[in-house]
Design a protein around this ligand. Sequence first.
Ligand code: ZN
Length: 232
Amino acid sequence: MSAPAVLAVVAHPDDESFGLGALLSEAAGAGSRVGVLCFTHGEASTLHGVDGDLRTVREQELRTAAERLGACWVRLLDHPDGGLAARGAALLDDTLAAIRTFSPDVLLVFDRDGVTGHADHIAATSAAVQAGRRLDVPVLAWTLPASVVEGMGDAGYAGFTGRPDRTIPLVVEVDRAAQLDAVHEHASQAVPGSPLWHRLELLGRTENLVWLHRSADLALPFRTIVRDTASS
Ligand SMILES: [Zn+2]
C-alpha cells in the first residue's frame, strides 16, 4: 500500500509549521504526498519580526516553509484573519474543493478546541471535520497532552488546551529538524520569547494525535508509532 496522502487544513500561515510541522515532515519522509490548505494570510498578527506588509510577507513564508516540510501542494486563501468563525459555510466549500483537487487519504488538523484556543483554529478544524464526514475522508487532529499544557502554564503561557495524557490514542515519534527549518522561514512570527520554543521543548520527540473522523483501515503516514490504542 502506498503511503497515504495528507492534507493539512489550517487557519494561518505558520500553523502548518509551528503546530503540524513535525507530523507533516514525517509524512513526507514516509513517502506521502503532503498538501496544505490555509484559509488566511495571517495579516492580523500582532507579531511583526520582519519589515513589510504581513499579507505579502506571510504568504512567502508559508510557501517556503511548506517546501521545507516536503509539501508538494499549497492553497492559500484570503479569508479574513481573525474572522473565520463567521465563515463556516465558505470554509466548508473551500475544504471540499481542496479535497477534490488534492485527493488526500487523510486530513490533518488542530484539535477541536484549537490547541492555542484561537477561534480561527476552531473554525478551520470544524470545516475539515464536516468535509471529512461528507466525503468520508478520515480526520486526524494534533493535540497536546495535559502534562504539556500544564508545563506551558507553569512557564507563564496560559490558554493552551489539550487532553489527559493517557486518553490520547495515537502517539508518534518525530524528528524536528525539518520543522525547525520551516519555523525559521516564518521569521515574522518565530520571534524570541514566543511560547512556541517552550512547547517544542516540552513535546520533545513525540507528537500526539486523536481521530475526529475515522474510516476503516487507513495506513498511518508515520514511520515510528509509539502508541496506537485505536488499532488494536
Ligand atoms: Zn494560527
